[in-house]
Design a protein around this ligand. Structure first.
Ligand SMILES: Cc1cc2nc3c(=O)[nH]c(=O)nc-3n(C[C@H](O)[C@H](O)[C@H](O)COP(=O)(O)OP(=O)(O)OC[C@H]3O[C@@H](n4cnc5c(N)ncnc54)[C@H](O)[C@@H]3O)c2cc1C
Length: 434
């Protein structure tokens, strides 16, 4: 006979993508979920997001609204160009290959569409949201959190999904732990089809594809979203922001100067940018020794424990994996006393993978950003040796198609991970044994 989970009260700090994913997975697991978000409203912000099969399979599993999928754009090809425009790599039928290989789509979305879909699903499942509630302190003995409005929320488990500048992280470590610059920054540009008059560019946007242009210390990526009605461009280059400043307005002139002489098609897109674009310092954090506190009532996920360069588009995707594994394990819990083991198992399943993805994003930077010279020439020879051919099994400089990296990134199934781990783990044989 199937055992019923013992109901926990779970307090999630932060309603970013990892917090929203966790609200869904823990509600589906039968627990009472409360989300505390510092912002006064869950604003529909941001630009594009590439959703890879390791995360879209979870959105399918969580049953997010059908209308959500219509807002994506599945790229029919993925290409890498040298910054001059020369083609280095091209994979046709990328959309079909992704579905065939991994059983779930690769789709490009506006971040707001994902956020709304997750929020709606979490609310439908009974998650309670409290906005304008910034967590300031945690009493680990209870556990409870106190917010800046003076309210206290008590539960059985606190989930730290409060992002890069995590207050929960500082409270667990007992010291300030500020993010570190990676040395790069990102300009994020969104163009709607209505803003584009150029017929070639309109066609380019209407037929979803992904393009990378790679140059010395810099690269650009462009892709369609909203069913080919919007285009997202991210420009990644050396960080020139002053220390301590995470975001600043950038001018149209500065991006045109930075990308002068790049592929004419990219230049034509950049010529359509009429207003200033924000630039974001890309930050990371030192690895934490543990993602669970000694009292086993605080657990970390998403950018709060593994922020990464966006060069493999895995920040949000991997945070949804975290959410699915935690919720999946908590669905198996039959007794509160199992919580320490459940959390240790979560850490064992997730920490190594999260940190491996972080390292891989830095490897992708190295390979995309090579300065002109012998190493860049060798890389481009390797790229071009495979143009029009099967990639075989060798490593490839673009991890987006690399036969050695893509399978472990996109093939990961968080639901299966939980089922396999639970089968192997004696924890769940006897609900009362500790
Ligand atoms: C240029 C760029 C492009 C990217 N592209 C992609 C992509 O294509 N695919 C992808 O998967 N990822 C991408 N990412 C990464 C992705 O956006 C992040 O990894 C992801 O959004 C992290 O989610 P999170 O929920 O962990 O953190 P956040 O989104 O930062 O959410 C944290 C939340 O916690 C709240 N909060 C903070 N402190 C408190 C507190 N004390 N009390 C209560 N609430 C609090 C915040 O207000 C916020 O709502 C990109 C990132 C960048 C910069």
């Amino acid at each position: 006979m199937a055992t019923q989970p013992e109901k926990l009260k779970i307090i999630i700090v932060g309603a970013g993508l990892s917090g929203l994913g966790t609200a869904i997975s823990c509600s589906l697991a039968g627990h009472e979920v409360v989300v505390l978000e510092a912002a006064p409203e869950i604003a529909e912000v941001g630009a594009g997001l590439q959703m890879t099969p390791n995360a879209t399979r979870l959105l399918q599993h969580w049953n997010v609204s059908k209308s959500f999928w219509a807002k994506g754009a599945e790229p029919t090809s993925l290409s890498v160009h040298r910054y001059t425009g020369e083609l280095l790599a091209h994979e046709e039928s990328y959309d079909l290959k992704m579905r065939q290989r991994y059983g779930a789509p690769f789709t490009d979305m506006h971040r707001a569409d994902l956020q709304i879909a997750l929020l709606d699903r979490a609310k439908e499942l009974g998650t309670q949201f409290f906005l304008g509630e910034k967590v300031e302190t945690i009493d680990f003995a209870k556990p409870s959190v106190k917010t800046s409005s003076g309210k206290t929320y008590t539960g059985d488990l606190i989930v730290a999904s409060d992002g890069l500048w995590s207050r929960c992280r500082e409270l667990m470590l007992g010291k300030k732990d500020e993010p570190l610059p990676t040395g790069d920054l990102a300009y994020r540009i969104v163009l709607s089809l209505d803003e584009i008059q150029d017929t070639d560019l309109r066609e380019w946007v209407a037929k979803p594809t992904v393009h990378f242009w790679i140059g010395p210390n810099t690269h650009a990526v462009g892709y369609s979203m909203r069913d080919g009605k919007m285009y997202n461009i991210v420009l990644l280059c050396p960080d020139t922001l002053p220390d301590g400043l995470a975001k600043q307005a950038g001018s149209v002139d500065e991006i045109r100067t930075l990308f002068k002489g790049w592929d004419p098609i990219l230049t034509r897109f950049l010529n359509h940018v009429k207003k200033g674009v924000d630039k974001w310092k890309l930050m990371h954090l030192e690895q934490m020794p543990h993602w669970v506190n000694d009292e086993s009532n605080l657990v970390f996920m998403g950018d709060a424990c593994h922020p990464m360069l966006p060069y493999l588009a895995q920040g949000a995707n991997s945070s949804l994996e975290d959410a699915a594994v935690l919720g999946g394990l908590l669905a198996k819990l039959t007794n509160k006393r199992q919580l320490p083991r459940v959390l240790r198992l979560y850490e064992r399943l997730r920490k190594e993978r999260g940190e491996a993805i972080v390292r891989e994003t830095f490897n992708q930077r190295r390979d995309f950003h090579r300065v002109d010279g012998p190493e860049q020439e060798a890389r481009d020879r390797q790229f071009k040796s495979k143009l029009g051919k099967d990639l075989g099994t060798d490593a490839f400089p673009s991890r987006w198609t690399c036969p050695q990296v893509q399978p472990w990134l996109y093939g990961y199934d968080a639901i299966k991970e939980v089922e396999d781990a639970v089968r192997k783990n004696p924890l769940f044989d006897d609900g009362t044994k500790l």
